[in-house]
Design a protein around this ligand. Structure first.
Ligand code: IPD
Ligand code: CA
Ligand code: CA
Ligand code: CA
Length: 267
């Protein structure tokens, strides 16, 4: 295993321990509101600290961007760790066992390492660029679905950006006619990891943040997926609008999205 992936795995497991322990005493978790329908807990923050401490021990000069702490500068500006300590906070606080730790390392802007760890099911999805993707050490691949018929897609609702509901619902309706079914499980990082593992055929969501998808994106790609924005380009880092799946599935999802692109979700 690449030494930097090794550190990412160690950090993810440390955070996973913090989260799993807290999950056993959910009544003690302190929930705070960040924005409309947007929550953070003391556990998100403690898990994030565990990750940052683990990374900083090995790489004190690397830069970090983490959901709850923001940007932490370092002198080695080529290296940036992108961290979501707890992806699926809503599930976590409600006792729904579907959430994950997500850690990616970008080197000169390119994602080189990625880990998505589900501490409840003890599933560790990992990838190093160019070396394929693994689940608990076993190689994973996307499905080879050729069209939308019979597919299971994952999505996320625009609950923080309800002004996008209308376009979102229009896309959903068009896709839903063709697919077998759709899931909204509540963790974008796991959605992408599940695409990589061939559990879902594809995934689409709008308005994601870099820490939601940085690790999952690499894992999905290393498993044979392509990842694009809603226009089929690669500007999802800016827009946060993502489509993932094998190239045939992505092409067909994009075809369904295209007629509903508006000025505010043009890519
Ligand atoms: C959220 C989850 C969710 C997605 C939201 C994200 P958080 O992350 O990934 O599935 O729909 O857009 O913000 O806040 O639980 O880390
Ligand atoms: Ca959050
Ligand atoms: Ca997230
Ligand atoms: Ca989070």
């Amino acid at each position: 295993m690449h030494p930097m992936l090794n550190i990412a795995v160690r950090a993810a497991r440390n955070a996973g321990n913090v989260i799993a322990k807290a999950y056993e005493q959910l009544e003690k978790v302190e929930v705070e509101q960040k924005g409309s329908n947007d929550f953070v807990t003391n556990v998100d923050k403690e898990a994030e600290l565990a990750i940052i401490n683990t990374i900083r021990k090995s790489y004190p000069d690397h830069c970090i961007v983490a959901e709850e702490s923001g940007e932490l500068a370092g002198s080695e500006t080529d290296y940036q760790w992108v961290i979501d300590p707890l992806d699926g906070t809503s599930n976590f606080v409600r006792g729904i066992p579907h959430f994950a730790v997500s850690i990616a390392l970008r080197v000169k802007g390119k994602t080189e390492q990625g880990v998505v760890f589900d501490p409840i099911n003890n599933e560790l999805f990992a990838a190093t660029r160019g070396s394929g993707a693994q689940l608990n050490g076993y190689r994973i691949r996307t499905t080879n679905a050729k069209d939308l018929k019979g597919t299971l897609l994952a999505t996320g609702f625009p609950f923080k950006q309800k002004h996008h509901s209308e376009s979102y619902m229009a896309i959903f309706a068009d896709l839903f006619t063709d697919v077998a079914d759709m899931r909204r499980a509540g963790s974008a990082a796991l959605d992408l990891a599940y695409v990589a593992a061939g559990r879902y055929d594809g995934f689409w969501e709008l308005g994601l943040k870099p820490w939601d998808f940085a690790a999952g994106e690499l894992i999905a790609k290393e498993a044979g997926a392509i990842v694009t924005d809603f226009a089929g380009n690669h500007e999802y880092l800016k827009s946060g609008n993502l489509v993932a799946g094998n190239p045939k599935v992505v092409k067909q999802i994009l075809g369904k999205i295209r007629p509903h692109l508006t000025e505010s979700i043009s890519r």
